[in-house]
Every structure is written in C-alpha cells, then in structure tokens.
Design a protein around this ligand. Structure first.
Ligand SMILES: *Cc1c(COP(=O)(O)O)cnc(C)c1O
Length: 422
C-alpha cells in the first residue's frame, strides 16, 4: 500500500517527518499510535495543548454544545457562547490582573493575531516601521514573517520583507554590551537615519528561536524606553501565554503592561483554532469591518475556552500547583544538563530546554527520545536546543517518566561510552 502522506501530501510537511507514526488516540499527556505504541507528549501541539489532549473538563461542555443544536459558525455575530467567553475572560483574566484591554477576534491562528497587531500599530501611529528581535518567531504570513528572524522561513516569502528591522534580543552579545544602547542612541539622534518605529514586537521567551528567555529587568527597561519615545509595545504571547511560563500572561512577573498582546495556541484550551488581539481601549481605532475574516470567533472554541478558564483560572490553585511542576522539571533538566560538558538550561516555566554545545546533539536526543516513547522537539536556528513543553496538567509520575527517557537519550547520544552502557 502506498503511503498517502508521502504520495499526496506536500513536501512542506514537517513534524510528521520527525515522528513518522500515525497517531490515533490521545489523552492528557499521552498519544497512541496505530500500532498501539504509547508516547508521552512533551510537545503539546507547540503549546496549543496546555491542558493536555482531550481534557474531560472541556470535552463534556463541547459535546453538550454540539449536540444541543446551538450555533457553530457565526462570523462575528453575537451568540451566548461568545458572551460567556467575553464575560469569563474579563472576570477571571483581565480584572484580577488590572488589565484594561479591548478584545479583538482576528481570525483563528497565531499569525492572524500578529498581523492584526502590526496593522493596528501602524494605523494608530501613522508610522510604518516595526522593530523585532534577533531569533524572533511570529508566524508565516508576510507581515509576521517580516518580523521573524529565521532565514529559511524568511526566504520562503519569495519577496522582500520590508518595513521592519531586527534589534538584539536580551543577552545577544553575552552581556558585553549594555541593553538597548543602539536603540536608545538612534531614537535620540535625528541624524541616525532610522525611522521612528510604530511598535516593537517581542516574545518574553523565544519559543522557536532557541528558548532564550528575556530577563525581567530587560523587559521592564524595554517597556520604559518605548513609553518615553511613544512607541507601542506588542507582546507576542501566542506560545508563552496561557499559563506556559507559570502565570496566565508571560509578562505578569515583569509587571509591564504591553499596549497590544497577541494570544492564540492554548486560548481555546482544547487545540481548537482561536486567537485574540488585546489592546488598550485608546488604540481601538478600527473602522467596523476594517479587519475582517470568516473564522473570527468560532463557537466550539469559545465553549472550550470558557471551560478552560473556569476550570483552571478561577482561583490561584492551579497556578500554585504549576509552580511545583516547573520546579520539578527545572531540577530534572539541570541534572541532565550537568552530565554534558558545556550544556545548560534555556527558557522559563514549562517552556524550557537544554542547549548543547554542538549542533547535532539536540536533534539526536529528540530522535532517541522518540524511539523510547517521548515526543520532544528541538528549537533554535540550528536546532541546538532540545525543547520540553509538557502539558501544564502533567502529573509527577509522567514528569519523572519523561525525564528518565530524556536522561537515557542524552546518555546514549552524548554520554561517555562507560556511562552509555551503564
Ligand atoms: C506559533 C506561533 C505563532 C504563529 O501561530 P500560528 O498559529 O502557527 O500561525 C506566532 N508567534 C509565536 C510566538 C508562536 O509560537
């Protein structure tokens, strides 16, 4: 029998090449393939499955909704499901964090919310230029690509990516150059030739670009600098948001208030496509219908999103439990990194990994982990980091099992012969 995935599906496919099995079932942190093999999923749909696969707290309301005859597709028309989501998001997320944001539904994917953010920043300021950071990843459509770093992905555009420039992310010069020295200078120098940007877009942890995590002080300095110069701050929280770093938004610890926030991946909580663009009310200068789209508010996603917020974010119990999970994972990873000379930890919260001193080890470790039933991917321009994103609901037993498989994979790939056979 020919393999239809290889004969019919485009060469562009990627994850299925790293994990060449057909997945049939999934529950929590486990995925099962057609031949019955179980895999521990520490990839979590790149952050779209923060509450695990098929979480029963979300499945039940979703099935009830679908079987009730309620509206599924409604463009951006009003439905009870949309009302419930907006009320819940305001009560459980925005209000307790004292965040005053309008909520826009920009289309269901991460790149949709980034495009909406860039468009709005340009419209509000009347400026064209956007600054983004080295190794940033913001999505695959032209606007998002123009603020993305990865050269392979940028080349895919096929046209020049204009109206944006890259500036160094935290620690790009390994601490030898003062933060924002260049940016501060060119913004103040009318002869610098650098157009004043509409906005700066930043990830607090670079999910795809190698898991560099910006320091809290760096984020605060960035926010203050932009405020002084009347430049908008956009935080792309598509991957690091929805609890991934230990708080609902990844910028909470820094105490900053971005002008615009991009949210997607785990906002529906169930792996259903959904995205939000949040912005200060004064920035809401859209004309009705000026940014349109067919899938801007899909009711089944509203239903699971509301259920996820009510289940996990109604009080701080989940967040406290999450802190323990983060500590356990970091301790385990530090131990593993300690067995390889020159290896170290990258990232923050449950968006962490091990960077290896060479460019081959991380990919080999990920492949070896897969052979032993663990799904982990790599991150970084040269895939130099092995990246762990267990669901936030992962149990201690699963965490221990995953770390054991990872440790064994590292021993096999990077360990000394004596250790490898031990
Ligand atoms: C995944 C991701 C995107 C793009 O989301 P898509 O749904 O793939 O379009 C944008 N920004 C960040 C930080 C992401 O991780």
């Amino acid at each position: 029998m020919s393999n239809i995935f290889e004969t019919l599906e485009s060469e562009v496919r990627s994850y299925c090449r790293s994990w060449p099995v057909v997945f049939t079932h999934a529950k929590g942190a486990t995925q099962t393939s057609e031949d019955g093999t179980e895999y521990l999923d520490f990839f979590s749909g790149a952050g779209a499955l923060n509450y695990g696969h098929n979480n029963p707290a979300l499945t039940k309301p979703l099935l009830d909704y679908l079987s009730s005859g309620a509206v599924v597709h409604s463009m951006d028309m009003m439905t009870p499901a949309k009302r419930e989501f907006l009320v819940t998001f305001q009560e459980l997320i925005l209000k307790p964090r004292h965040l005053d944001y309008k909520v826009m539904f920009p289309g269901p994917t991460g790149t949709n919310t980034v495009e909406a953010a860039l468009k709005l920043a340009r419209k509000v300021t009347g400026r064209q230029h956007i600054l983004s950071f080295t190794n940033a990843f913001h999505g695959m459509t032209l606007g998002s690509l123009s603020v993305t770093g990865n050269s392979l992905k940028r080349k895919g555009a096929g046209i020049p990516l204009t109206n944006s420039s890259k500036i160094p992310y935290d620690d790009y010069f390994d601490g030898t150059t003062a933060d924002f020295m260049w940016l501060e200078r060119v913004l103040e120098d009318s002869g610098s030739g650098v157009d004043k940007p509409a906005a700066v877009i930043v990830e607090t942890v670079q999910g795809e670009g190698g898991l560099r995590a910006a320091r809290i002080e760096w984020l605060r300095s960035l926010a203050a600098l932009l405020k002084r110069h009347d430049i908008l701050l956009i935080v792309d929280d598509v991957q690091a948001g929805c609890g991934r770093t230990g708080t609902f938004f990844s910028f909470e610890e820094a105490g900053i208030e971005p002008d615009i926030v991009c949210v997607s991946k785990s906002i529906s909580g169930y792996g259903l496509p959904m995205a939000l663009t949040l912005f200060r009310p004064e920035l809401d200068v859209w004309e009705p219908g000026e940014h349109n789209g067919t899938f801007r508010g899909h009711n089944p996603a509203f239903v699971t999103a509301t259920a996820a917020l009510r289940t996990y974010w109604a009080d701080d119990k989940f967040q406290q439990q999450l802190a323990g999970t983060i500590e356990t994972l970091h301790r385990g990873l530090e131990e593993i990194a300690g067995t390889v000379e020159g290896a170290g930890l990258r990232g923050r919260g449950l968006l962490v990994g091990i960077i290896f001193p060479d460019l081959e080890t991380a990919s080999k470790v990920a492949a070896e982990a897969f052979a032993n039933g663990l799904l982990v991917e790599t991150s970084g321009p040269d895939d130099e980091v092995v990246k762990l994103m267990p669901p936030l609901t992962v149990t201690d037993e699963e965490l221990g099992r995953g770390l054991a498989i990872l440790a064994a994979a590292v021993r096999t790939v990077a360990g000394t012969p004596a250790l490898a056979s031990a």
